[in-house]
Design a protein around this ligand. Structure first.
Ligand SMILES: Nc1ncnc2c1ncn2[C@@H]1O[C@H](COP(=O)(O)OP(=O)(O)OP(=O)(O)O)[C@@H](O)[C@H]1O
Ligand SMILES: [Mg+2]
Length: 357
């Protein structure tokens, strides 16, 4: 009997290069972000002509190519010239002035950072960079705990562009006035991809990561549709990998609609939504909202206070805004009801949104 003929054998795989599904994988072309890449490049370009660069504030929802587009431009810059030094910092990992200065030293190849003070290290950075020009890319900039290094860079590095990237549009409004007035950044918004764009981005990743022809069209289309609905390419990458794994577990030579549906049903929003990026405070507020969904923001704040929460109302409100931007929660503004204007806060269940077929 040819029972096993149509089955995947144990030494075969549906994946050609699974690493290409990693969130940090940078493809050779980034479709549908050409305009944004050009804008970033325009801000940097004057540095190549020994002029000062422009600063840029980039914002937009999670998983829509901000980091990818910026890294792409920095890579191109590195290939193009040695006179402008690109420095990329993830401010979630490096959130203090000291950590950032050490990181910059390391990127510049200066290794003697041990036992040195921030000021000494900054002097080293200054000496190296002021012989050339530099682009500083501060990704996830809202995660910073200190910003005085920004002030130092603005004051003491002569030729530079500072790029700041975040999900949090209002971060800039709250920035220290001394930094704000010195940086005066241009502003670039990344909007979510439409359905066709989402399809193109995911199609490119399929070509990188899967053996040709293993995806059934209807299965791929379902992943595209779901990714478009939640407006986050990371979810699409996660679902594609899961679908592939499920198909392999079943020794299938094809990834079918059933496999894609199963991947979607299995999804856990916290595996993708980077909830580990939340501070302890934010995580606590999110847990509280999960237990008390559909409540008015004022009532939530009271519960928060009863649980010994220490933030003042204004800061609490800001945390709520952040959770909303990151799609952990939904906030609906109501007006004219018995309570006047208020906001109703709801726990956003991405899993639910995904699994409604
Ligand atoms: N236009 C695109 N072409 C190819 N891949 C893309 C594109 N846009 C996004 N991606 C991929 O989607 C994933 C998420 O993108 P990225 O990390 O740039 O998101 P982000 O906007 O920086 O999100 P966050 O705000 O959460 O940091 C990455 O793996 C990235 O390579
Ligand atoms: Mg990013």
């Amino acid at each position: 009997m040819a029972l096993f003929k149509d089955m995947l054998s144990s030494d075969e795989s549906l994946f050609k290069n699974e690493l290409a599904l990693d969130y940090s994988f940078l493809p050779k072309i980034l479709p549908h972000r050409e305009k944004q890449q050009r804008y970033i490049a325009t801000c940097i370009k004057p540095l190549m002509n020994e002029k000062n660069g422009k600063n840029l504030f980039i914002y937009g929802a999670p998983g829509i190519g901000k980091t990818a587009a910026m890294r792409f431009v920095l890579n191109e810059l590195e290939e193009e010239t040695e006179d402008v030094i690109p420095i990329y910092i993830n401010c979630w990992q490096k959130n203090t002035t000291f950590k950032i200065v050490v990181d910059i030293c390391e990127q510049l190849g200066y290794k003697l950072t041990h036992n040195k003070r921030t000021e000494e290290l900054f002097q080293v950075v200054k000496n190296i960079l002021n012989k050339k020009a530099a682009v500083f890319a501060f990704d996830e900039v809202d995660k910073l705990e200190e910003i005085d290094f920004l002030y130092s860079i603005l004051e003491d590095i002569y030729k530079k562009s500072i790029l700041m990237v975040t999900n949090d549009k209002v971060w800039l409004d709250d920035l220290d006035d001394r930094v704000k007035s010195r940086s005066l950044p241009e502003i670039l918004e990344f909007k979510p991809y439409n359905l066709e764009e989402t399809r193109d981005v995911l199609k490119q990743r399929v070509q990188y990561s899967f053996v040709l022809g293993v995806w059934n069209d209807d299965a791929f289309e379902l992943i595209v549709k779901k990714t478009f609905e939640v407006e986050d390419i990371r979810i699409g990458l996660h679902l594609m990998r899961e679908s592939g794994n499920i198909a392999e577990e079943k020794s299938s030579r094809k990834i079918t609609l059933e496999h894609a549906k199963e991947a979607i049903t299995k999804i856990d929003q916290f595996t993708i939504k980077k909830s580990s990026d939340l501070t302890e405070d934010e995580q606590k507020i999110l847990d509280m909202i999960k237990k008390n969904s559909d409540k008015k923001i004022g009532d939530l704040y009271n519960i928060y206070k009863e649980q010994d929460g220490s933030l003042v109302y204004k800061s609490f409100q800001r945390k709520i805004e952040k959770l909303q931007k990151n799609k952990f929660i939904n906030v609906k503004k109501t007006s004219g009801g018995p309570d006047g204007n208020t906001s109703i806060v709801k726990y956003a269940n991405i899993t639910k949104k995904l699994t409604e077929f």
